[in-house]
Design a protein around this ligand. Structure first.
Ligand code: SAM
Length: 244
């Protein structure tokens, strides 16, 4: 099924994506819980257990497309007193919700930065880890985002990406399709008053590269020991690479 929503030139895609997240920012967290039946929490926890932020040494994490702060908060809770997180997002509506949710909880250990994953406003070799959760799918030029991830990581640093993937469990694939194309846009309409944004969501998941292809792109950007792990029958995958 093609809703004709993402067949737009690359330069237009970012504008559309920004409209989507501006429109859903206030309801974003609620929608995540509703649409994934709370599963996004388990997927995010899986990302943090893979990341294992140091509890004893300084650990600088950059969370790109960090939105309303879910990954950052979890990393700060799992890490030690010298874990610091920079949340970067292109959308100030999403960052605003994140700032509000953080309140004063983490003091100076969290920073919110507006910026584009394709051209990070950050210095070279400044981070021990780079995470991006449900974000890279929205970036028009994924290879640029990967090159930037490599640039800002220190040697020995790790790239981790949590993203929707491709279900390949017979039976589950049909249920997942029905759910994606029938239920999600309707939920989007009822709860966020925005069906189109959630059609975009479903469509962008379908277009995302398979795990094998995405691994190739990560390696192409210069990462070593590239691997991936499927979650929930392939609904999501965590891709990993090291800057060595
Ligand atoms: N990481 C959060 C989470 O897991 O809940 C938010 C994910 S949300 C589905 C995708 C986010 O990507 C949005 O906040 C959006 O503004 C951001 N985004 C889209 N394009 C971006 C870009 N080019 N650079 C940085 N962030 C971008």
């Amino acid at each position: 099924t093609d809703f004709g929503f993402t067949r737009v030139p690359l330069d237009e895609k970012q504008g559309r994506v920004n409209e989507v997240f501006r429109s859903v920012a206030q309801r974003y967290d609620l929608m995540n819980d509703l649409m994934s039946g709370g599963l996004h929490r388990a997927w995010k926890s899986a990302l943090i257990s893979t990341l294992r932020p140091s509890r004893t040494r300084p650990f600088d994490l950059l969370d790109v497309a960090g939105g309303t702060g879910d990954i950052a908060f979890r990393a700060l809770e799992a890490g030690g007193p010298d874990t610091r997180v920079t949340v970067l997002d292109i959308n100030d509506a999403m960052l605003g919700v994140g700032r509000e949710r953080a309140g004063g909880r983490f003091g100076g250990r969290i920073a919110f930065v507006a910026g584009n994953a394709e051209a990070l406003p950050l210095p070279d070799r400044a981070f021990d880890a780079y995470t991006i959760a449900f974000g890279i799918r929205n970036v028009p030029r994924i290879e640029r985002a990967l090159a930037e991830a490599h640039r800002v990581l220190r040697v020995g640093g790790r790239f981790l990406c949590l993203e929707f993937s491709h279900v390949d469990v017979p039976g589950l694939d049909r249920i997942y399709d029905a759910y994606s194309f029938r239920v999600i846009p309707r939920l989007g309409e009822w709860v966020a008053g925005d069906k189109e944004s959630y059609r975009y969501l479903v469509e962008s998941i379908r277009r995302f590269p398979t795990p094998g292809a995405f691994e190739g792109m990560i390696a192409e950007a210069g990462f070593a020991r590239v691997s991936h792990r499927r979650l929930s029958g392939g609904i999501c995958a965590i891709h990993s690479g090291w800057k060595l």
